[in-house]
Design a binder for this molecule. Structure first.
Ligand SMILES: N[C@@H](CCC(=O)N[C@@H](CS)C(=O)NCC(=O)O)C(=O)O
Length: 215
């Protein structure tokens, strides 16, 4: 299994997921600063020319929510999802879609300072998005209650960016949630890899499509 990756990008979500699952994978480095994502070879993997993307045998999947969902179905024994017969499946799918369709656009809107129409815009606004996540966290430490899932990887890694970008004040239920998530071993392993590769690639910023990882 091959993860198309570049450090300090949304590919971190997939890296975190793979480290939580502890399944074998290879990193395929796509230098988005050098425009390698626009080369035809990578466009065949993701027509949007964006990271992350995954290749698993004949399967190609991009869009971080879809990619993480693919992995939960592929490796159900890692228990980072909810199977179609699990009563949590509905809520699981809801939160898997939530980051890309509500949290991220609401953050982007807040970043631009634009005043949106909260009724017709699918994400409402950032305050509504925050309330929705806070409400879910009343039931337990994670979005599905006691069970940590891929949906938490998507939401927590994105909220972390919201705190760093000062879009949300770093306090309260959401901040505690992110702190819990990033304290997990899987996150620590992924963060160490991301940091190592960022350092290594900063030394050679004009590398090409494929850069072997450091061993
Ligand atoms: N909706 C996509 C967004 C992915 C995305 O925007 N990735 C950025 C890096 S954080 C990227 O690859 N940008 C390269 C480009 O747009 O050319 C997802 O969730 O996977």
């Amino acid at each position: 299994m091959k993860l198309y990756y570049w450090p300090k990008t949304r590919a971190f979500r997939a890296l975190w997921m793979l480290e939580e699952m502890r399944v074998p994978y290879d990193l395929e480095f796509v230098n988005i600063r050098a425009g390698i994502q626009n080369e035809p070879a990578f466009c065949r993997v993701n027509p949007m020319s964006k990271l992350p993307a995954l290749e698993d045998g004949d399967v190609k999947v991009a869009e971080s929510g879809a990619l993480l969902l693919y992995l939960t179905d592929r490796y159900p024994e890692t228990k980072l999802g909810a199977s179609p017969h699990d009563p949590l499946r509905g809520r699981f799918l809801q939160w898997m879609f939530f980051t890309g369709s509500c949290l991220e656009p609401a953050m982007a809107e807040r970043m631009t300072g634009a005043q949106g129409n909260t009724v017709s815009f699918g994400w409402g606004d950032l305050a509504r998005v925050e309330r929705a996540i806070e409400g879910a966290l009343e039931e337990g430490p994670w979005l599905l209650g006691e069970q940590f899932s891929a949906a938490d990887i998507l939401a927590a890694s994105t909220l972390q960016i919201a705190f760093m970008a000062k879009l949300i004040a770093p306090q309260g239920v959401l901040f505690d949630y992110v702190e819990r998530a990033v304290a997990r071993d899987g996150h620590e392993r992924a963060a160490a890899i991301d940091h190592r590769e960022a350092e290594r690639l900063a030394l050679r910023p004009h590398t090409g499509a494929i850069t072997p990882p450091a061993h």
